[in-house]
Write a protein that binds this ligand. Structure first.
Ligand code: ATP
Ligand code: MG
Length: 421
């Protein structure tokens, strides 16, 4: 019978890889909590309306990529394509703004977008999301970006560049939209169908289009940052000063618009050359209108998302120190020794030592092989003779040296031996 395989674009993360995931998540938890952020857990399924209203009707995500379906009750639901909208929903639903003027939140989890699967692009992928709600100051932008870069450094990612831009605000963006619309109208024929349609509704989206003709069409287009209002300019200037003060290297990329409509003012992206076409590791920006647009009070916010699969594919190959192998393998021969091995093994685990043993009465040779395969640091040899003489031998698997360990009080001896080394 043929086995059933996973859905296209969905993948399993197997042991050997999961250690890296844990390392990334543990590092994120540590770094973010040093900055005062707290974890929030949110559902993967939301009402479709939430994403339509926040991400924007004319974005690729909402137009083409969402997993939307009617549930048995006839309600339109969507597997979340991103996390910010859900965090905002939770923020409003539980009136977090009423209990604290500043909310610093982060969350981990899968996102779903029906894109064409390829390297670095999946239909279920994972993000680490950070949102900071309350203050609208530019120094907060610099701080959040600084935290992102520090996190990437702590997971030992190298060779990344940070690009920033300003997308202006609802006061200054419409005038640019007009200028850009007029510019692009002249190149209408070279645009893809989607972008032709978006010309009338949301010409900024052409900047985010990956079709070659569209990329060429915007290559000499006017820049939004040349049209933003004085307040947005000042905000962008302060943000950059903040980044410089925190010694965070960046470049201004006036073409970056990001794929979601809710961004205002500061946007940023972290890219790397070694990822090929899917080169964005993380992206984010300020969204000063989003909470209000979702029916809440006027609370500014800023956040970012890290693509975990892409990040993990970039981590240095040699990360042996994060994969845990046994401290001790207990090889036993004979009924009695086996029983003692069983008890000792579980007692040691209870004391925080990773111990393994054999239950199938295999030969000493195959037990040694198994110990080697597991990468155990030490092997304890426990046979009938050893039981008689009330001592076992502890073999260092790297150097090959052996030393006797008395059977009485063996647990404590082993713990102090293993923990000391
Ligand atoms: P891209 O331009 O590569 O499509 P994006 O702008 O759509 O990225 P965001 O919505 O900003 O991505 O999401 C943040 C991060 O999530 C990205 O920088 C990327 O690392 C990751 N990401 C986005 N889409 C996918 C996907 N389909 N598969 C894997 N990772 C993804
Ligand atoms: Mg995308």
């Amino acid at each position: 019978m043929e086995i059933i395989k996973a859905v296209r674009g969905f993948k399993d993360i197997l042991p050997g890889e999961t250690e890296r995931w844990q390392f990334v998540e543990d590092t994120a938890r540590k770094v973010f909590s040093d900055f005062g952020f707290k974890e929030i857990k949110i559902p993967v399924l939301e009402k479709t309306e939430l994403f339509r209203r926040s991400i924007g009707e004319t974005t690729d995500i909402v137009e083409k990529e969402m997993y939307t379906f009617e549930d048995r009750g006839g309600e339109s639901l969507t597997l979340r394509p991103e996390a910010t909208a859900s965090v905002m929903r939770a923020y409003l639903e539980h009136s977090l703004h009423a209990s604290d003027a500043v909310s610093k939140l982060f969350t981990f989890g899968p996102m779903f977008r029906r894109e064409r699967p390829q390297k670095g692009r999946y239909r279920q992928f994972h993000q680490i999301n950070v949102e900071l709600l309350g203050p609208g100051d530019a120094l907060v932008d610099a701080e959040v970006i600084y935290m992102l870069m520090l996190f990437l450094e702590r997971v030992r990612l190298t060779g990344v560049s940070l690009e920033i831009n300003s997308l202006g605000c609802p006061e200054c963006r419409p005038s640019f939209r007009k200028v850009l619309g007029e510019y692009l109208a002249k190149k209408e024929k070279t645009l893809c169908e989607d972008c032709q349609r978006r010309l009338g509704t949301n010409p900024l989206r052409v900047f985010d289009c990956k079709v070659e003709g569209c990329k060429a069409a915007v290559s000499a287009a006017p820049f939004l940052i040349d049209y933003i209002c004085e307040r947005c300019k000042e905000h962008f200037r302060e943000d950059q000063e903040g980044l410089k003060a925190l010694k965070t290297a960046f470049a201004v990329n006036p073409r970056m618009v990001r794929g979601l409509d809710y961004y205002t003012k500061t946007t940023f992206e972290v890219t790397t050359k070694s990822l090929g076409a899917q080169n964005a590791v993380a992206g984010g920006g300020r969204y000063d209108r989003l909470v209000k647009d979702l029916g809440g009070p006027e609370v500014p916010g800023i956040g970012f998302a890290v693509g975990v699969e892409r990040l993990i594919s970039l981590l240095p190959e040699l990360m042996e120190d994060i994969v845990r192998s046994p401290d001790l393998y207990i090889a036993s021969l004979g009924q009695e020794a086996r029983k003692l091995a069983f008890i000792l093994c579980n007692r040691l685990r209870h004391l925080g030592i990773l111990a393994e043993t054999d239950y199938s009465n295999r030969s000493l040779k195959s037990q040694m092989k198994r110990s080697d395969k597991l990468g155990a640091r030490y092997t304890l040899l426990l046979g009938e003779n050893e039981l008689k003489e009330r001592k076992a031998f502890l073999r260092n698997m790297k150097g090959g040296s052996q030393e006797p360990v008395g059977l009485d009080d063996m647990e404590n001896q082993l713990v102090s031996l293993l923990k000391a080394r």
